[in-house]
Design a protein. Structure first.
Length: 295
């Protein structure tokens, strides 16, 4: 493990470590206007949702490498309103183009080929191509530090939100596959929340906890921490009768036979089988496999 004091590195060096290790980060594609009504559109990956009562978003247009305020922040100081447009995969290349350092007053909607749509509650326009747009009033700007990379946290209250119809499923919930979000990583890397990159984790149950797992399972060289977490959600271990009856399941006797013939170590066989069952979220069956050598 490498331990690093931020003061021992330059600001750009530690910045690269932070953005390379903290991610994926959602992207706030922020549209703002200055006092003269000139539009700016820029993406920021220091961004997230921070509350729902009132609905609160925050993003950070931090000082550039020269220690200067970015155009987005200058605009917000003149007109404290912003539309935060959400970025999906279909618009990521155009969004990247809009991040280029154009002169102040250049309209990135035009440069990047986006379609401006008049907002209803704030002055900056929203991006028609975005699957979701939040019209926001800026409540506060918190500045921490100075010079290159200094933080300017813009705290926003959502006044009106727009959601494209095709991102909802039949139950009226946003379908994570349909919205096709992207996130910012380190360097020039992005990631896409799509296909096999998406997975579900059941809401946490109190269960027995990892500390109550039998030691051979808790110390398994095959099962991962995530596997143990799934196993620990069970309320109580299966009864002896259920374990004995499960011995008749397909493949269980084959593992015992393989172990008897010296081909494999029985606990490894059982743990490998349980790992596959856990991948399929068949937690109780995984337990029944793991407890076979305790029969």
């Amino acid at each position: 493990m490498r331990s690093i004091d931020p003061k021992d590195l330059s600001q750009p060096e530690f910045h690269r470590l932070m953005i390379g290790s903290i991610g994926p980060r959602p992207i706030a594609f922020a549209s703002t206007v200055d006092a003269g009504g000139r539009v700016n559109l820029s993406p920021f990956s220091f961004f997230n949702v921070f509350g729902s009562n009132p609905p609160t978003l925050a993003f950070a247009p931090n000082n550039n490498r020269h220690g200067q305020k970015k155009h987005t922040l200058l605009n917000i100081e003149e007109v404290p309103e912003v539309v935060i447009n959400i970025v999906n995969y279909d618009m990521v290349e155009q969004m990247s183009l809009a991040s280029a350092e154009y002169e102040r007053g250049v309209d990135e909607f035009v440069k990047a080929g986006f379609t401006p749509v008049p907002s209803e509650r704030v002055r900056p326009p929203r991006v028609a191509e975005s699957p979701v747009s939040y019209e926001c009033a800026v409540q506060q700007v918190v500045t921490i530090g100075n010079g290159p990379g200094a933080a300017n946290l813009v705290i926003c209250e959502v006044r009106l939100a727009h959601f494209r119809d095709d991102i909802f499923d039949e139950k009226g919930v946003i379908d994570q596959r349909r919205i096709d979000l992207v996130g910012r990583m380190g360097g020039e890397y992005y990631c896409r929340a799509h296909g096999e990159a998406l997975f579900e984790v059941a809401r946490p149950q109190r269960g027995i906890g990892v500390d109550q797992l039998p030691a051979p399972i808790r110390n398994s060289r095959i099962l991962t921490g995530s596997d143990l977490g799934k196993l620990a959600t069970i309320d109580e271990l299966p009864a002896r009768e259920e374990i004995v009856n499960f011995r008749q399941a397909d493949g269980i006797d084959d593992m015992f036979e393989e172990a008897r013939n010296g081909c494999q170590y029985l606990p490894d066989l059982l743990h490998t089988k349980a790992k596959q069952l856990l991948k399929e979220n068949r937690v109780r069956e995984a337990w029944l496999v793991l407890l076979q050598d305790k029969k």
